[in-house]
Design a protein around this ligand. Structure first.
Ligand code: NAP
Length: 330
C-alpha cells in the first residue's frame, strides 16, 4: 500500500511570507511538521494547550532553524497559540481572535489527537472526549478560520491548503450512519481493539470532514485544496503510550518490535509536510483535491465508508447540530 518513493524537504515549496497553523505540534508528528514548514520560511503557529511544553519545543525548533544559516529575513519562525481542543467554545474564541491577529492563513494542519487508548469519557456536554478533540473542535477551528483562508486564497499566487491528519485506523469501523449525537459517542468496547476502533471512528470523521469540506469549497470555487493523510506508524508519545497500555506484552512490543516497525517523527511528518506544502500539489491542485495520502505522499483510496457522501453529509449536519446545542453557531 505504501510507496517506496522518498520525499524530502526539496519537494516542498518556498513558504517565505506564508502563514501556517498546526494543532498540537509541541511533540511528535506535529512538531516535525512545524519544523519542516518553518525551514521553508513560513511563520508557523504551534496551536497547543501547554505553555511550558510549547516554549520548550519552540526553543528546540529555533535552534535547528539557526543551523540553516539563512539571512534573518528569509527564516521562518514559530509562535505559540494557546489552544485546548477539549472545549469547542474556547476553540471558537481562539479562532475568532486569530482572525483579528493575522492578515493571511495559507496552511491549516489539523494534527492534534487525544490519546488513542481509553477509557474514554463523556464530557460535561455529553460528548465523547476523543471525538471532541479529534473531530468536533477541529471542525470548529476550521469553520472559524475559513473566512481568513478564503481571503488568502483570493490573493494573487496563493496556494491555500487544509490538512486533516487521519489514520489507517479509520478503516476498522463501519458505521451505519452519523445521524444524531449518539452516533458521535459510539464506543467499541473496553479492550485495546475496542479503543483503537473508537479512535478509528474519530479518524473516519477526519476523512468525512475533509471530503465534505472540499466539496463545499469546490462548489464555490474557493481555490482551497483539502487533503487528509495517514502518517505511517510513527514512534511518538501517543503511539508509545498506546503500546504501553497493552497488558503484559505492551512493553515487549515497544522495546523489541518498535524500532523495526515504527519510523521517526521526521519521516512520519513528511507526508503531512507534503500535504501542506508539497510542490507536486502546487503543480496539480485539482488532482489532489479531497485525496487521502499515505507515506510517502502517495494517493490511495480510503475505506468505502470515508467516500460515502451520505455519511459525509450526515456527519456535517450532526456536528453543526451538536455545536448549536452548546451555543457554538456559525
Ligand atoms: N504516531 C502514529 O503512529 C500515528 C499513526 C496514525 C495517525 N497518527 C495521527 O497523527 C497525528 C499526530 O500524532 P502523534 O503520534 O504525533 O501524537 P502525539 O505524540 O500523541 O501528540 C499529540 C498532540 O496532540 C496534542 N493534544 C492532545 N490533546 C489536546 C487538546 N485537548 N488540545 C490541544 N492539543 C492536544 C498533544 O498535546 P499535549 O502534549 O499537551 O498532550 C500533542 O501535541 C494525530 O492526529 C494521530 O491521530 C499518528
Amino acid at each position: 500500500m505504501f510507496s517506496r518513493k522518498v520525499i524530502t524537504e526539496n519537494d516542498l515549496v518556498d513558504l517565505r511570507g506564508k502563514v501556517a497553523l498546526v494543532t498540537g505540534g509541541n511533540t511528535g508528528i506535529g512538531y516535525a511538521t512545524i519544523e519542516f514548514l518553518a525551514r521553508k520560511g513560513a511563520k508557523v503557529y504551534m496551536a497547543s494547550r501547554n505553555k511550558h511544553k510549547a516554549q520548550k519545543a519552540i526553543v528546540e525548533i529555533e535552534a535547528e532553524l539557526r543551523k540553516i544559516g539563512e539571512e534573518e529575513s528569509n527564516k521562518g519562525s514559530v509562535h505559540w497559540l494557546k489552544l485546548d481542543l477539549s472545549d469547542p467554545r474556547s476553540v471558537k474564541e481562539i479562532g475568532t481572535g486569530f482572525l483579528a491577529k493575522e492578515e493571511r492563513l495559507d496552511i491549516l494542519v489539523n494534527n492534534a489527537s487525544h490519546p488513542a487508548y481509553g477509557p474514554f469519557k463523556l464530557n460535561k456536554d455529553g460528548l465523547l472526549d476523543i471525538m471532541v478533540v479529534n473531530h468536533i473542535s477541529h471542525f470548529v477551528l476550521t469553520e472559524t478560520l475559513l473566512p481568513l483562508l478564503k481571503r488568502t486564497a483570493s490573493l494573487k499566487d496563493s496556494d491555500v491548503r487544509i490538512v486533516n491528519v487521519s489514520s489507517a485506523a479509520h478503516a476498522g469501523v463501519k458505521p451505519d450512519s452519523f445521524i444524531g449525537k449518539e452516533s458521535l459517542n459510539i464506543q467499541y468496547g473496553e479492550s485495546v481493539t475496542g479503543y483503537i476502533n473508537t479512535y478509528g471512528n474519530t479518524k473516519l470523521a477526519n476523512l468525512l470532514h475533509i471530503k465534505n469540506l472540499q466539496n463545499r469549497l469546490s462548489a464555490e470555487n474557493a481555490g482551497i485544496t483539502c487533503l487528509a493523510l495517514h502518517p505511517g506508524t510513527v514512534m511518538t508519545e501517543g503511539s508509545g503510550d498506546l503500546l504501553d497500555s497493552i497488558p503484559f506484552i505492551g512493553w515487549f512490543l515497544k522495546t523489541c518490535f518498535g524500532p523495526l516497525v515504527f519510523v521517526s517523527w521526521k519521516q512520519g511528518a513528511m507526508t503531512s509536510a507534503f500535504a501542506a506544502a508539497g510542490n507536486a500539489v502546487a503543480a496539480e491542485r485539482k488532482r489532489y483535491e479531497g485525496v487521502y495520502l499515505v507515506p510517502m505522499a502517495k494517493i490511495v483510496e480510503p475505506s468505502s465508508y470515508a467516500k460515502d457522501e451520505r455519511l459525509q453529509r450526515e456527519l456535517y449536519e450532526t456536528t453543526v447540530e451538536v455545536l448549536e446545542d452548546i451555543g457554538v453557531v456559525f
